[in-house]
Design a protein around this ligand. Sequence first.
Ligand SMILES: *Cc1c(COP(=O)(O)O)cnc(C)c1O
Length: 403
Amino acid sequence: MPDSRTHLIHHPYTPPADFEAPQPGVFKASTVFFPNVAAMRTREWKDKSGYTYGLHGTPTTFTLEERIAALEGGQQCLLVPSGLAAIAVVALALLKSGDEVLIPGNAYGPNKTLAEGELAAFGIAHQCYDPMDVADLAARITGKTKLVWLEAAGSVSMEFPDLIEQARLCRARGVTCALDNTWGAGIAFNPFDLDGQGLGVDVSAHALTKYPSGGGDVLMGAVTTHDAALHLRLKLTHMRLGLGVGGNDAEAVLRALPSIHLRYHAQDQAARALARWCAAQPVFAQVLHPALPGAPGHQHWRQVCGAADARGAGAAAGLFSVMVDRRHASARVDAFCDALRLFKIGYSWGGPISLVMPYDLADMRQHWPAHVAQGTLVRFSVGLEAVADLQADLAQAAAKALG
Ligand SMILES: *Cc1c(COP(=O)(O)O)cnc(C)c1O
């Protein structure tokens, strides 16, 4: 019998192999063992055919990658520690000094901040384009353009671009096209088949932090593709940057994935009910939700997301914004947010708790969008509480602060 100090590490017992249960096991590792030196020398990490080092994947992270690829209609997936890291690894893998990236003016803010910071410092230029004008995007594509970002719906102001024409344009001009697919989550539309004829984007970046996690307690991102060569390019950069995710976090997302469709549609229905209620309140000059008739890009939303729900209602994330009429000073709008009890003040979305956040749109855009009413923007992320309670909360806070 060895010394128990050794035995606690090298104990000979191995449990029987045929354990099956609803959830896949959680594997955590930096070191991975090889049976012999020859296996160490020949094992391949790039194609999921074996295990070499924790950073290159474990059974848990490989399983999650395959499920996210399936969710998004793609073929390959890479996991990264946040949604923003997904955006960053796409940029760093596909751009070099002298190149230019085009970003929609209503993109998730940190995408632009990355372009203004590291990308600019590396000699990579960027321009913001008008997401609601395909001709504006077309005019900005030059020989230097190596990446075009798309985002639908746009961050905070929620306009829905003509995704099909944008993707068609990128394909016609031979420019790699990446979509921030956090809003659609692989549910509202298929990013790799937008028109039912196979026209899609090249890369989908997804903040798994939102709907796939569903709990507001995990940060993670994914980069999904349907082209092996493009995936390998991204994977090599991913490896060189040392990006990886923890086994417990991957397990938390695996645990939440089976209910993602139910949660997405429930939050969608609740958000639409509240958006319609807000649209009837004179204190709100405009309600921004792409499924509302008359909303900016509503027809594009209908075209791309209209078939995603069996009842023909289309699908949308559980998010909407209101423009509080400009006769209310922004301090009153802050007081409205403070007066909410069920809606918590916080960033992010996709979790069970409803969230609210005021935004100064003038600070976030080069020009005030013509289709957005003047005022102060408040964005709501709708959780899984009862809709009547959320509506009563909005009503009491509006009466108190904006009455
Ligand atoms: C939240 C979010 C991100 C970033 O995700 P993190 O995991 O918070 O870094 C990127 N894009 C969109 C549209 C988001 O909503």
